[in-house]
Design a protein around this ligand. Structure first.
Ligand code: TYM
Length: 376
């Protein structure tokens, strides 16, 4: 979306500007998901999720190796997570929805890390009580998506510290302060908790191997902001500790409802949280920035600009699975026959339906949450 030449920033704690994904692939040294890889996935599991087909999951490292292992009968584990600094928004759900599909299709275990420590250490205004409280709330959102009991292991860092710490120090011994500074852009004023934290986020890459007593391939689905942990820490240390390097599959960022930029909790008016009520969802969507023209007349004459429109991208990411219908939305916007007010109203109905269902499942998840949690 927007001008690709603008400067942009992508770190685990900040995403700013118009992200040039082609440049990230080059700079981070990842690979694009290509047609050959999609054909292979289709051959193995019979179905390609729209998030993959539409290249919202657009980049990877060693995903083909994960498929080799799977075809050789070696099961892989999935690993992803959440930093519990507030309520979950639709952007967070993108990697989780995709992870659920991978769990179902590959019958894979999921290890899910909740980094209450990270959010406490990172934000001077956030207490550990707050992050622990959000940790449970956020886990309920995850479980509302239907992850399998017995195959899904969730841990909050401060409640699983003994297990994690024993592996973290083995990672930490190989990581210098210069390395974390270079990988994460820290300067010497960073608190020592944050400079150690990357080792904690690397640990679950090796946790399935440690718990099973057998080297286990791990695939991490996440947006590309988390990549420094894998590129700079986990993959570097893995061979030194005798583990497989973790593989990654990266998504783009689900946009906020404003002009440009990802959906972010720090911009609450342009983010849709899973706890928002219907009225608020309506209000946020009807106030969204769009790729429409200044007046309806002009829009009909010149046509809209779906490529820069978050409303169109919401259909593309999560709210229109049917490729034909998505194409129709795109074309009729471009032709000017689809007016923004109508397009937003249709989307708002779809989002409200999704939210109602999600909130119902959230209530049910509250009863089972303890069955999923690992503690020391
Ligand atoms: P956090 O809580 O910032 O984000 C949770 C997950 O959501 C992704 N994400 C997005 N994806 C698409 N569109 C967006 N607008 C968007 N915003 C956030 C993030 O990439 C992430 O996958 N340190 C981590 C927690 C963590 C983790 C992990 C994440 C620990 N281990 C392993 C991924 C994989 C964090 O604070 O995520």
């Amino acid at each position: 979306m927007g001008d690709k030449n603008e400067e942009f920033v992508v770190t685990p704690w900040e995403v700013r500007g118009i992200v040039d994904y082609d440049r990230l692939v080059k700079e981070f040294g990842t690979q694009f998901i290509d047609d050959r890889l999609l054909d292979r996935v289709k051959r193995i599991i019979g179905e390609i999720h729209p998030l993959l087909k539409r290249r919202i999951f657009f980049s990877h490292r060693d995903f083909d190796w994960i498929l080799d292992k799977f075809e050789q009968g070696e099961n892989f584990a999935l690993y992803t997570g959440r930093g519990p600094s507030g309520p979950v928004h639709l952007g967070h759900m993108v990697p989780w929805i995709f992870t659920k599909y991978l769990q179902d299709k590959f019958d894979a275990e999921l290890y899910f890390q909740v980094t209450d420590d990270e959010k406490f250490l990172h934000d001077p205004h956030v207490s550990l009580e707050i992050t622990k409280n959000y940790a449970m709330e956020n886990i309920i959102d995850l479980l509302a998506l239907g992850f399998k009991e017995g195959k899904t292991f969730i841990f909050i860092d401060t409640d699983y510290a003994k297990t994690l710490y024993n592996i973290a120090i083995k990672v930490a011994k190989h990581i210098t302060f210069s390395t974390v500074k270079a990988v994460f852009g820290f300067d010497s004023s960073i608190n020592v908790g944050m400079s150690f934290f990357p080792t904690i986020q690397a640990v679950p890459c090796f946790l399935p191997s440690v718990l099973k007593g057998k080297n286990t391939p791990v695939l991490i689905p996440a947006a590309i902001d988390q990549d420094p942990y894998w590129r700079g820490i986990a993959r570097f240390v893995a061979p030194k500790l005798g583990f497989y390097k973790p593989a990654q599959i990266h998504s783009k960022f689900f946009p906020g409802l404003g002009k440009g930029g990802k959906m972010s909790a720090s911009e609450p008016n342009t983010a849709i949280f899973t706890t928002d009520d219907e009225e608020l969802v309506d209000k946020k969507i009807m106030n969204a920035f769009t790729g429409g023209r200044a007046t309806v007349e002009e829009h009909r004459k010149l046509g809209g600009q779906p490529d820069i429109c978050p409303v169109y991208h919401y259909y593309e990411y999560l709210f229109e699975e049917d490729d034909k219908k998505l194409k129709e939305i795109y074309n009729s916007c471009k032709l000017g026959t689809l007016i923004c007010g109508d397009c937003k109203a249709i989307l708002a109905n779809k989002v409200k339906k999704f939210m109602k269902e999600h909130q119902r499942k959230r209530e049910k998840a509250k009863d089972i949450v303890n069955e999923f949690i690992l503690k020391d």
